[in-house]
Design a protein. Sequence first.
Length: 216
Amino acid sequence: MSFKHSEILENVKNLIESLTPSALLGKSEKRRRHTKAEMKAMSAIDRAELRKTQNRVCSANSLHRKKEKIAENREKINNLERELAEIRGKNHRFFENSEIFEKLKLRIFDEIEREKSGKKEEFEENIKNLKIEIAGITLRHQQEPQNKSTLAAQKCRKNLNLRIAEMEFSGICLEIELQKELKLESELKKAINFDEEKSPLEQVLNMAEIQINRKF
């Protein structure tokens, strides 16, 4: 084995070692770029092997980033669901018996829904396109047995992209619902002169008094 060939194999080995757990956790050092002279000195087989290894490294890093994104989205969704349940419960406890509750709710929710419809449609279109792409890959997988491995990898990547897109869409929908409830809370407080320092019972009595005064 020539010195050059040994050097190439050592470079390939170093690239493979970048797939260690610590590297996948984002702690790997930057891969050394080969100079044009080094690449030119390699045989066609060595260059092909090096590119394959580099592609494996890139694929592993991409997979790790996507898994991180899924985890981040899951945490975001959980936090939004918790916030939404809290503010929605608060609005119903304090304001549901108010005469203007349903009127304000319908107006505010409709306004925000129309305002944000374009953003939701963008995500829905992206999800639709990803599903079409996955269906196309599935069909090719059945028709091209010689490319099964490549197509399976493509489908795996697209499925991860779809999962991320669906989670991001869920996050957007929750953010919109939270915005609705926060706006409703703000408008209701203005309408009934809500005082944060009063107890729930005092707030109910205050609302009852306001409603009685409005009737007269």
